[in-house]
Design a protein around this ligand. Sequence first.
Ligand code: G3I
Length: 377
Amino acid sequence: MKVRHIAAAILAATFAASCGGPQTTTNKETGLKDAVGDKFLIGTALNVFQSSGQDTNAVKVVKKHFNAIVAENCMKMEEVHPSEDVYTFDKADQFIKFGEENGLTMTGHCLIWHSQCPEWFFVDKDGKQVSPEVLKQRMKDHIYTVAQHFKGKLKGWDVVNEAIVEDGSYRKSKFYEILGEEFIPLAFQYAHEADPDVELYYNDYGMDNEGRRNGVVKLIRTLKERGLRIDAVGMQGHMGMDYPKIEEFEKSMLAFAAEGVKVMITEWDMSALPTASRTANISDTVAFKKALNPYPDALPDSVSQVWNARMKQFFNLFEKHADIVDRVTAWGVSDGDSWKNGFPIRGRRDYPLLFDRNYQPKPFVSEIIKENQTSNK
Ligand code: G3I
């Protein structure tokens, strides 16, 4: 059990004893955070309806089951920095207020990302691409202003998101096009200068992929060789019924930890739908859409059982490596909140998260709670 978790467990037990409540957290009201809180932080992404308190059903689930949160969108570049001289922190500040009021550990997502990055970032007033010097200054201004605005509120930042592709090379984003590989060390340097106390993470998807794994290992080494702070790697954990292979995912967890950083599962979800791709035998859109949205009313029990078993398998993997895993975060509270309902086509119905559309825990979540209640006795 990690030191910080022992302290928390003692505090909880003392509090419970003083209130005449149960001496342990094994009462029937046990939430996921009570069950696994001694292993790693268990979190969820929040949308603005949840962090503003409007989605009361989701808020109830968050309070009972999670001890960590991350903003799904409201801290991203286009949201907080819509134009060069304008910063808008109102939604993000509401997120922080929600986290502080509920004693939740918070992560910032994300300082530098090629997606949801405002157009103005890379062009001058005449619409021409900016020079490396101008882009460096804009990155520095953005990171300093945002990191200093949230100083003391966050445990860590996703400093750079999704910069390495499947073969381990750098994504040909505008950041890369203008600054080359240098943009990543610069981002980590600026973040640390702006807030020397906050943890710094590199975050990406498809981290089971060997090429990307090797690319991220190389990046960690580069940052460390240059004396730059990197505390952890975020493995997003967007999964399907047939990807990733758990053995490859585990290899990557161990490869990153071997470089002296912690591992976080930062955006965990698992599509319960077939990974449909437009193949020769799906030539027309209607058939393609049916293939992409096969369970518009409810998930068949047969599929739900396979999905729950596969989710449990991965959760057990995270528990097995609790010594290197600092946090497991789901990318949304309940199935109805998930971005997967709109990707790869809008209007489909997926079942990828830990709580269903009635805000009830999926069977594997109840099993995890029960298993840990027994072991905590
Ligand atoms: O807020 C506006 C709303 O005012 C407007 O009416 C509406 C019109 O469509 O758009 C709303 O913004 C949407 C935003 O989500 C908030 O709902 C954006 O269009 C939409 O693109 C955005 O999608 C987000 C996506 O990142 C953007 O790339 C998803 O919610 C979010 O789950 C997803 O999260 C990313 C992680 O940040 C990084 N890793 C991958 C993950 C999934 O793509």
